[in-house]
Each structure stands twice: as C-alpha cells, then as structure tokens.
Design a protein around this ligand. Structure first.
Ligand code: DX5
Ligand code: ZN
Length: 231
C-alpha cells in the first residue's frame, strides 16, 4: 500500500477553495487535511464546521480534521455533521483522552490523537488499542510554512516501533514542514501519511505537486524497503 498524501488547505487561497480542492483530488490526494484552530490552544484562528460542510459538497475526498482546539469534546458532533471522516484531537488538551477517543468512534468516525513536538509518546501507551491514527507534529502547531523540527524523527521511529510491536492497526501521520528536503527523513522513520501544506501550494501546478510528492515518497519507501499498511 502507498504512503498517503494529505494536503492541508491552510496555505490555500480561501477565496478560491473548491477549484484548488479539485486540483488536489486530480493529483491523487488521499485525504483533505483541515486545520481547525481556536486562538487558544494555538495562537491562530482558522475555520469551523460551516466551511467543512461547504467543502463536503464539492469533493468526495476523506476529510482529515485536525482539531487544534481546547475542549474538543464540544466540537465532535458539529464536525461529524459537517462531513468529517477522521477527527484528530490533541492529547495536550484532553485530560480524559480515552473518553474523547471513545466519543469520536461512537460517532462512527476514525479517531486520531495528535502530539506536539515536545509531548512524550507514553501518553499513547494505554489508548493505542483504541485509536486509528497518531499524528506527530513536526512543527509547533499554529501556522503553515514553519521549519521542520528534525529532532522529531527519533520520535517517529519510536512511535513506529510502538505501533508495530503492539500489533494494532494504527496509522502514523506527520504534520508540519514537510517538503522535498524533509520528506525522506519522515518516510524513512516510519510515517504512513504526510500532511503537506505550504510546499504544495508554492508551485503553480497543484495536481503535479501532489504527484511529485507521492512519487518521492514511494521512491523513499523503495530505497528503505518500507512496507505501508492499508487502512
Ligand atoms: C500546522 C498545521 C499544519 C500546516 C502544515 O499547525 O497543523 O497542518 O498546515 O503546513 P506546512 O506543511 O506548511 O508546515
Ligand atoms: Zn494539521
């Protein structure tokens, strides 16, 4: 199975979303990564369920909704109704992480847990059997276009081992600063899914950029003999 490419629309032209989403789809994107920020957990604000609902009408791509919000439990239903397929919450804002994960699954969605670069992996230990996806942040969340934090590669490797040793089917996604210079290290370290924002939207040919990133990821998998699970 191939590495999944999850374009983040954070760097898109928000006045022109539908045509850009169609180009991402034409390029073979696997998910649409939607970054929801509340101005509290992270210092930036983005969008809420109405935007997701409108996008739902223009694409069949699975929606990978990254909730960078405090008290995410209040937003699970609104984003489910808006058309989310994966809901990812940050462990840092969930004192009752197990319960939140259960609620997401109870709504019939895939449940993800995100960790900031400095958050240790052990918070995943006792929920790993419940989650569908672990999102390791390779920047501190808040903006697109930030520099990749190289130290997280060790963490990706460690998480990869944790997942493989557990035998559970958990997708390992990485987010932040992924570009043609950093893609090799994250894929080699064990990431299954790549969130890519500014690097994709920099180019004039959005669909071609998605294809280029997929080709590069597959080449790295081949060189490092990495097998990627199907989810
Ligand atoms: C950052 C967001 C990312 C962001 C990635 O807080 O979670 O999804 O869009 O953007 P780049 O790829 O530009 O770092
Ligand atoms: Zn994100």
């Amino acid at each position: 199975m191939k590495i999944r490419i999850a374009p983040s629309i954070l760097s898109a032209d928000f006045a022109n979303l539908a045509p850009q989403v169609h180009l991402l789809e034409a390029g073979g994107a696997d998910y649409l990564h939607l970054d929801v920020m509340d101005g509290k957990f992270v210092p930036n604000l983005t969008f809420g369920p109405p935007v997701v609902k409108s996008l739902r009408r223009v694409t069949g791509l699975p929606f990978d909704v990254h909730l960078m919000v405090q008290e995410p439990e209040h937003f699970l239903e609104p984003f489910t109704d808006a058309g989310a397929d994966i809901l990812t919450v940050h462990a840092e804002v969930c004192p009752h992480l197990y319960r939140v994960v259960q609620s997401i699954k109870g709504l019939g969605l895939r449940a993800g847990v995100a960790l900031n670069p400095a958050t240790p992996l052990h918070v995943m230990e006792y929920v790993l059997d419940q989650v569908d996806l672990v999102l390791l942040m390779t920047v501190n969340p808040g903006w697109g276009g930030q520099a990749f934090i190289q130290q997280v590669c060790r963490k990706i490797e460690k998480m990869r081992r944790m997942i493989d040793d557990s035998g559970f089917k958990v997708e390992l996604e990485v987010d932040g600063g992924i570009n043609l210079s950093t893609i090799e290290s994250v894929v080699a370290a064990g990431a299954d899914s790549l969130v890519i924002g500014s690097a994709l939207f920099k180019g004039a040919d959005l669909a071609g950029m998605v294809r280029e990133y997929r080709k590069t990821a597959e080449k790295v998998c081949c060189i490092h003999r990495r097998k990627v699970d199907e989810f």
